[in-house]
Design a protein around this ligand. Sequence first.
Ligand SMILES: NC(=O)CC[C@H](N)C(=O)O
Length: 451
Amino acid sequence: MAAAICCPSGLAAASSGRQQPSPLRPSSFCGSSVASCSYRPQLSLRCQSRRQSRHAQSVVYASIKAPWEGAPPARLVLEDGSVWHGTAFGHTGTEVGEVVFNTSLTGYQEILTDPSYKGQFVCFTYPHIGNVGINPEDMESEKVHLGGVIVRDLSCKVSNYRANITLDEYLKQQKVMGIAGVDTRAITRRLRVTGCLNGAICTDPSVSDEELVARTKSWTIVGKDLIKEVTCTEPYEWADPTGEEWEFAEQAKSRNGAPPLRVVAYDYGIKHNILRRLTSFGCKVTVVPADFPAEKVLDMNPDGVFFSNGPGDPSAVPYAVENAKKILGKKPVFGICMGHQVLGQAFGGKTFKLKFGHHGGNHPLRHTPTGRIEISSQNHNFAVDTATLPPEVEVSLINLNDGTCAGMYHPGLRAMTVQSHPEASPGPHDSDVAFTEWIEMVKAEAAASKA
Ligand SMILES: NC(=O)CC[C@H](N)C(=O)O
């Protein structure tokens, strides 16, 4: 049975009486032998404040026990029947979601707090996760939205002057489950062959593998409106720009003295760095809930309207598409990721589910008008079907890994979209030019309306 070959124990092993994983050797957690591992048990967090810690402290020791000491066993059960035994971190219990793999080498905190991962478990292909802890500055939203975290090797120490909590502690606080010590490479290869699979992470030994498989099979992300679970409830203003290290875009640098551009941003699960980036480009941003009526947005008479990233199936949010249709042609619009998929449908196109999606920081794109190649950060499982788009829509960006649509222009409706994340932090900045392009469009329209 395939499961028995590529994971330490499959259903066959479990049903033959082997319910618990064999104890993991310490070396499988910290990547070094016990003797060379500098983990110190039971020390409280030593990183007090950013300024104090910047020069004096570079290492935060976890207040938790070493991951292999006393951590409860956990299982990841996939809907194909494979069972992956490991060790729990974060919250305990049982959770079901769609398993996706992310190939980013850095940025697990940004991934955890990206609302677009709602309903999904992220399997990190980078083998060593947790080494920079969690800090208050790199949040992409107020909380963790994804359903579960799958890692090969949970770091036993935190080395980052900005960190104030370990990954394990943060996930406990957030009541989100993690499993460590599983073969993330084998899981990723499986997902690449079969496509995305639903999975269950479970720390409860009284729940059988068979029951967990059944639960994964009766769950689906398709057709679910997950946006309503992550959007804001009331409109709010955003005023915080990106920091100095982001001052590489001429457009953002030359904003001084210019009156702000007024932008309304639909919040489908908006990432903070999108808001910071728009602010850096001179926008005064009002964020509105996902179902905020288009008429009210138009009454606010903004210079431009933005449609954000967000979780789940874009075909399950017709109200968002209807609002977008009412705004198209009346204001310059820009959509990122879910926003791109909503606008694609508003243009008349359809979306479909990719085999295993795009999740990582090194996806190559070609900008069709110029031939420019961008390395982009990506996180999506659905895509716009170019064959369904009307002829007025130009496919502006193509994903060079699989030829799918990564961006659109609708010149007649003054609309542009990108499927990738030009704001990605951390991430390549090649796609930041998308903000420059849209801001030019908004400025031109604002100038024309005043003339
Ligand atoms: N990052 C996003 O906005 C994700 C878009 C959509 N939820 C998808 O998975 O395709």
